[in-house]
Design a protein around this ligand. Structure first.
Ligand code: ZN
Length: 136
């Protein structure tokens, strides 16, 4: 399976290339600061907590909890129209950072704050250009 045709694609640069490469294999990669040990998302060259530039990549669990969500009935890009309603979520990852993403699946309208979510696994993951979740 390959990425859904027509989806807007993420801009790739030196900071997020490892993140995007991992996701193409269905893996959620996060950075961890070697200075303060905190996990970091989104990808960046410097720790937002202690400003250390000594960061490493690791494979996250893919587990998280919905902090907040929004249900979109009129997406602003035509490629999402067949997937209405689109459920946008802010997920608190088990490793700590917050991530904006989507919940997909037939039960996505049951998304609520506090719901447990897990990363979409391969081969379905290949459909989405960025890490995407299902209700756990
Ligand atoms: Zn740090």
């Amino acid at each position: 399976m390959s990425a859904q045709p027509g989806y807007p694609q993420p801009y790739e640069d030196a900071d997020n290339a490892p993140f995007l490469a991992a996701w193409r294999k269905g893996v959620l990669a996060l950075q961890r600061c070697k200075g303060c040990s905190k996990a970091i998302y989104y990808p960046r060259p410097m720790c937002p907590h202690c400003w250390s530039a000594d960061l490493e990549w690791f494979e996250a669990s893919g587990k998280g909890t919905v902090v907040g969500y929004g249900v979109v009935w009129r997406p602003n890009h035509e490629s999402f129209q067949p997937e209405v309603p689109v459920v946008l979520v802010e997920v608190q990852l088990a490793e700590g950072p917050l991530m904006l993403s989507r919940v997909v699946g037939d039960d996505r309208e049951k998304t609520r704050s506090g719901a447990a979510v897990g990363l979409v696994a391969m081969p379905d993951a290949a459909r989405y250009p960025l890490p995407t979740f299902r209700l756990a």
